[in-house]
Design a protein around this ligand. Structure first.
Ligand SMILES: Cc1cc2nc3c(=O)[nH]c(=O)nc-3n(C[C@H](O)[C@H](O)[C@H](O)COP(=O)(O)OP(=O)(O)OC[C@H]3O[C@@H](n4cnc5c(N)ncnc54)[C@H](O)[C@@H]3O)c2cc1C
Length: 473
């Protein structure tokens, strides 16, 4: 059972489908209609999409990004750029940006309809040596050998799992602490824009995404990426710098931000200029209102990712700020490593399941640690507004931009995991890929298939096919 049909849950479902493993997805909303925002997918996950045969379809909905230009709001002065042009040479893949709903549509199209149960909000969990059982808000009760919590930052599965562990004194105190909240954001994707109004987009709309980031006044930053079909995915960020903002956000949750508060913020920022011409108000005006969302950008790396028959992936175990664009990629990487570990389970029992979860955690946890560190640094550089953060940004952009970025590539671009039970796609680029643990089960299957093919060819050259010929080998 997978709870949550977000990017992590859908990726895991596709992989289990390809591996021939039984699964069912449970999603609380009644139909997938994700809020509009721009999602970045980098070279780390593109070999997996290639392996799944989805790369060409992904290219049709995405635009490559070469650089993000950073501007100071006053006079729209260029301060520098985040340059990612070298990704293609180093890893063989560019970094891309697409709209969140387009990516969902692509992933969900790979999963048989019968495998996703919508309108199933998971409320509670019971587990033991024989399996896991969930109860949903419509009174449904479901059981399986393994339960995967892919239900996002406010994961109900994590909550239920931790509650049980807490009673037994098995949960570290740090996992019970609140998530760190330093920023909030509002995001949206416009309808297709009239290029006569945005001639700068015309120059770029066929090839690279036009990406601009504006460092505003007070706690504000705003940014956008041009997307396919002449659309723009925009974001408006607020750093929680004052006690007043802290209080306001302490009492509200993203789901409590109703249309009025979103409308009010849209009104406040409508005159803020954007580098492609016009204002944030113009972009908001071109955005369907019900697709604009506000959210808290909390960050936290949880230490506990599994217990008994339950395991967590994605934002449920590591909530990463969207500023660094690493949340979706990491949720998908978790999915591939967990699918690989589950594939290795031959006899389904608690011992083998624990070994699979341990393998998954051992591979993914250290990456999550690095990603959180990188995300904090990137968020500070791109959205930090304290004097210290502003000073650091000026220093990095004017003196150490290339050094900072290359250091980051070297640390991250070498990690490009693939499904170990599918034919591997060749590595590309000049940065060698980190070695991946091969699948013993898949190797045995290949060997058996080769032996069977040999037997068949011996039998056919000797002119007859019998079971005796097979048994003889
Ligand atoms: C509105 C929004 C906009 C975002 N924009 C960006 C962005 O612009 N750039 C970026 O990098 N990242 C963005 N993110 C974050 C990014 O999408 C996540 O990091 C990434 O999707 C993690 O994937 P996930 O599968 O772990 O969780 P999610 O994508 O959050 O998926 C979790 C799924 O679980 C479902 N669910 C939750 N609780 C239950 C329950 N009790 N029972 C059943 N189902 C449940 C949810 O409905 C959801 O479909 C955004 C997130 C949100 C919510």
């Amino acid at each position: 059972m997978i709870v949550g049909a977000g990017l992590g849950g859908l990726t895991l479902a596709i992989l289990l489908q390809r591996a021939g493993i039984e699964y069912q997805l449970f999603e609380k909303i009644t139909e997938i209609k994700p809020f509009g925002s721009a999602i970045a997918l980098g070279p780390n996950i593109l070999p997996l999409l290639t392996q799944l045969g989805l790369y060409e379809q992904f290219l049709a909905i995405a635009k490559p990004v070469n650089h993000i230009t950073i501007h100071k709001a006053q006079g729209m002065r260029r301060m520098g750029a985040v340059d990612i042009e070298e990704h293609i040479e180093r890893s063989g893949y560019s970094s891309y940006v697409c709209s969140r709903p387009d990516l969902y549509d692509l992933l969900i199209s790979q999963i048989p309809k019968s495998r996703i149960s919508f309108g199933k909000r998971v409320l509670s969990l019971v587990q033991g040596d024989n399996g896991a059982q969930i109860q949903t808000s419509d009174g449904g009760v479901y059981e399986a050998d393994i339960l995967v919590g892919a239900d996002g930052g406010y994961s109900a599965v994590r909550q239920a799992m931790y509650d049980k562990m807490k009673k037994k004194g098995l949960i570290p105190a740090v996992d019970l602490e609140k998530m760190e909240l330093n920023h909030t954001t509002m995001v949206g994707v416009t309808r297709p824009l009239d290029l006569d109004k945005y001639p700068l987009l015309r120059q770029q709309h066929k090839s690279f995404s036009r990406a601009d980031w504006v460092i505003g006044h007070g706690p504000f930053t705003w940014s956008y990426f041009s997307l396919t079909n002449n659309r723009i995915g925009w974001g408006f960020g607020t750093q929680i710098l004052t006690e007043e903002l802290q209080k306001e956000n302490d009492t509200s949750r993203s789901s409590d931000w109703g249309p009025e508060s979103t409308q009010a913020l849209c009104g406040q920022i409508q005159d803020y200029e954007v580098p492609i011409g016009g204002t944030m108000g113009d972009l908001i005006h071109e955005t369907p209102r019900d697709s604009i969302s506000r959210m808290l950008l909390e960050e936290k790396l949880f230490e506990t990712w599994y217990y008994q028959r339950t395991v967590l992936i994605g934002d449920a175990c590591h909530r990463i700020s969207p500023y660094s664009g690493q949340g979706p990629v990491n949720a998908m990487e978790d999915a591939v490593i967990l699918a690989n570990a589950i594939y290795e389970i031959r006899a389904v029992n608690s011992e083998n399941i624990t070994i699979a979860f341990q393998d998954y955690y051992a591979e993914r946890y250290p990456h999550a640690v690095d990603q959180l560190k990188f995300s904090k640094l990137f968020t500070m550089l791109m959205a930090g507004q304290t004097w210290k953060e502003s000073l650091m940004r000026r220093f990095v952009l004017s003196h150490a931009s290339k050094y900072f970025q290359r250091r980051n590539y070297a640390k991250t671009l070498n990690y490009r995991p693939q499904a170990s039970f599918l034919p591997r796609v060749p590595d590309r680029g000049i940065i060698p890929v980190l070695p991946q643990k091969p699948s013993k089960r898949h190797e045995e299957k290949l060997l058996a298939a080769r032996l069977a093919a040999n037997n068949a060819s011996i039998a056919s050259t000797s002119g007859f096919v019998t079971t005796a010929a097979t048994a003889a080998i």
